[in-house]
Design a protein around this ligand. Sequence first.
Ligand SMILES: [Zn+2]
Length: 334
Amino acid sequence: MNDLFLRPEHVLQGGYFHSTLRKLQEPNTSIEPHNIMYPVFLLENEDAIQPVGSMPNVHRYGVNQLIPALTTLVDKGLKSILIFGIVETMPKDPTGSSADDVSNPVIKALPKLRDAFPQLLIACDVCLCPYTSHGHCGVLTNTGAIDHAASVKRIAEVALAYAKAGAHVVAPSDMMDNRIKAIKDALISHKLQNQVSVLSYSCKFASSMYGPFRDTMKSSPMEGDRKCYQLPPGSAALAARAAARDVAEGADFLMVKPGLPYLDIVKQTKDQFPNHPLFIYQVSGEYAMISRSGDSNEVQTTLMETLTCMRRAGADCIITYFAPVILSIISGKH
Ligand SMILES: [Zn+2]
């Protein structure tokens, strides 16, 4: 018994007793600024700032408020943002016309943001749901079903409008089949394919963890739900097929959303497509849970552990509302 206990190959603790050795044991889990993308909510009113009630320390900004907020973060190393437009006075209609209108807040803000932050990577969420009167992510038929062809056409139009306005990355979050090809074709036909990339929300599950986000975006469906296009939480197989579909259509980057309960899908997707950088969207429900996990020290250690585990599972970049906290931690600037 004693002999077995002392077998050298079973003595692991000699390999991680020192903090530098522990780093060597975690080769692909570092959290650097390029591993973090910060989602921001952009208001029509350029001077407005609104706290989000359900998400502590998260705000919606007009562009004139967003720029100073981002300046502080860029100084701490922020490398990329993901923009969501929110409309309050612009009309919502069945086809989401306000999504690519010239007065859409995203379209108006993009040139200003590019100007203010020449090095910052700017991604734009592309979806119709913040702009449709029915709150769905596509266009509906007379019977209320998703009109697939019309939806994909609209989504590609919106993506192209954001690309023309200055987005480096367009990120369709609707989960409609074949929208990646439609967007890529639109970029190619406008000679933007080498200046704009496509981050696909490829494995997006119909999760109950989006609750605080929908509150933020004011975009819950009026009728029905999104289960006919978002994936059922128990299906790893559909996630694999969705990722394969989007890779075949030319997606540059893949995503799993939400993150923490779906780390098996992250691993599966990374194993399936090791050559495609993989994003996780750490969603609002995850943010709410970690925010409530204790005092600020406990929140920070829980957060960093969670990010480490996401990296271990295969994520290259994590889209997270905690970006300001993370940048403070890793830059040492508070
Ligand atoms: Zn949507």
